[in-house]
Design a protein around this ligand. Structure first.
Ligand code: ASP
Ligand code: MG
Length: 472
């Protein structure tokens, strides 16, 4: 751990929903923070208790349909779950201080839902305020738990720290302002030697309107805070032992990877590995702050360290991931529509729909563009491209948009694949030996990953084959 002499290292610890899912888990988190606070200065970022965010969103949606009963039930459940923790883990003095604050949050919940019922609508902006109430409650509780254990701690709402744009539901931080505000907002608490407990998931616009960073966004909150404070490390506590060489449901022999690079981690999260929110690495990348993935259910397991340059430089594949619900789309231009023109208009259409491609290839002299997307995006993409090329399709300047459904994209990832000949060949042979047909392939010149499109039905075999071939 790099740190200036004599000073305790600064560690930002983010705890996910399952890590704070019930009284017992909250107690473990309290103990973990307490233990590490002996050797380090700890700043905590916390998610809502597991399942709470889903419950809040559902309540808002039901309320907007005019259903009062549903959110009244949800209110009781929220009260029950948070009070159970307070009853069991807080000293009487802390209970007296915290219960009124929880009640206040529940009243906010009620007022918001009641409003949604009246107007039969929930706007994205109102949804953000409501859906992130779980974080306010969990941060309030966790800080009180730490105080009940004899540690100075203070809950702080990230709406006072993280400044974002107004893209409600998936806001992006404005880093310069966030960094300054986070520094300043936490300095009084830190100077007192208290542990700040920051709400994950939420931020606020410059005008102070609450926003959220997207589902699973507390990981991102963790690194935003870590980056702002120039922390020595960010630890993301979750419910798995680390980043795995493959999905263990597909490959029972999958193992924990001790160290991976930022770029490998980004690649993995983009292609569906659930362990990290895809934007998590961005705030710490330039500052080269290491990010650890650790298991709060198994804290003695070291976990995975995500760094700029891992020490292990063995050439080859590091991990395999896959996206199962994809479609492969093929569009062909005739002579009059060159490939660059075809591609520009296709990708512009995707951009307008805010759809990202999983892979894309150009093949043959016939201007054939082939790309893969998540199946959930298919209807929008078809409608958009249908409109974009309406005339050309009518006059047959472009071929029809062909969709091959039920596709899986299998991605072999490893920074050290670069410049090592024969790796793709080995992957091909491994698939070939098992009779798996490769429908399309893509590899960029960065050689960070190779993507194979196969039939969805083949995904398990394909991932296993490559995993075995590279002895992961
Ligand atoms: N509680 C939020 C969610 O469930 C954020 C998070 O847990 O990361 O999406
Ligand atoms: Mg998460």
């Amino acid at each position: 751990m790099t740190q200036s002499k004599g000073k305790k290292p600064l560690i930002v610890m983010k705890f996910g929903g399952s890590s704070v899912g019930n009284t017992e888990r909250m107690k473990c988190v309290g103990a973990l923070v307490d233990e590490h606070a002996k050797q380090a200065e700890v700043v905590v970022v916390v998610s809502a208790m597991g399942g709470v965010t889903d419950m809040l969103i559902r309540a808002a949606n039901e309320a907007s349909k005019g259903d009062r009963e549903h959110w009244k039930g949800a209110r009781q459940e929220l009260a029950r779950r948070h009070r159970a923790v307070a009853d069991q883990l807080l000293t009487p003095a802390e209970q007296a201080a915290v219960l009124p604050r929880l009640a206040e949050q529940l009243t906010n919940f009620e007022n918001l839902c009641s409003g949604f019922t009246l107007v039969r609508e929930v706007t994205p902006r109102a949804m953000d305020t409501l859906s992130s109430l779980g974080e306010v409650m969990s941060a309030t509780l966790l800080a009180a738990i730490l105080r009940s254990m004899g540690r100075a701690a203070e809950a702080i709402d990230a709406t006072q720290l993280i400044v974002t744009d107004d893209n409600f539901g998936s806001a992006s931080p404005i880093f310069e302002e966030t960094n300054a505000k986070t520094h300043q907002g936490l300095s009084a608490i830190r100077k007192k030697g208290a542990i700040p407990v920051v709400t994950g998931f939420r931020g606020a616009t410059r005008e102070g309107i609450c926003t959220t960073l997207g589902r699973g966004g507390s990981d991102y909150s963790g690194t935003i805070v870590g980056g702002a404070l120039e922390a020595d490390e960010v630890w993301i506590w979750t419910d798995v032992d680390g980043v795995m060489s493959a999905d263990p449901r597909l490959v029972p022999a999958a193992r924990i990877i001790p160290e991976i690079s930022y770029r490998e981690a980004i690649e993995l999260s983009f292609f569906g590995a659930k362990v990290l929110h895809p934007k998590t690495i961005q705030p710490v990348m330039k500052k080269k702050i290491p990010v650890w993935i650790k298991n709060s259910f198994n804290p003695t397991c070291p976990g995975t360290k995500i760094v700029a340059a891992p020490t292990d430089r063995t050439p080859g594949v590091k991990a395999i991931t896959s996206v199962s619900n994809a479609d492969l789309i093929t569009m062909s231009g005739k002579e009059s529509l060159s490939f660059p023109r075809l591609a520009t208009r296709v990708f512009n259409g995707l951009h307008l729909e805010d759809v990202s491609t999983l892979m894309a290839t150009q093949s043959s002299a016939d201007n054939v563009l082939c790309f893969a997307i998540h199946d959930a995006d298919l209807a929008r993409v078809k409608a958009r491209l249908g409109k974009t090329f309406e005339l050309e399709m009518l006059h047959e300047y472009v071929g029809r948009l062909e969709v091959m459904p039920k596709i899986a994209i299998v991605v072999a990832i490893g920074e050290n694949m670069k410049g090592t000949p024969g790796l793709a060949g080995r992957a091909f042979s491994a698939l070939g030996r098992r009779g798996i047909n490769i429908i399309a392939i893509a590899q960029g010149s960065s050689e960070l990953s190779i993507s194979f499109a196969v039939k969805s039905a083949d995904v398990k075999e394909a991932v296993k084959a490559i995993h075995e071939e590279f002895q992961l």
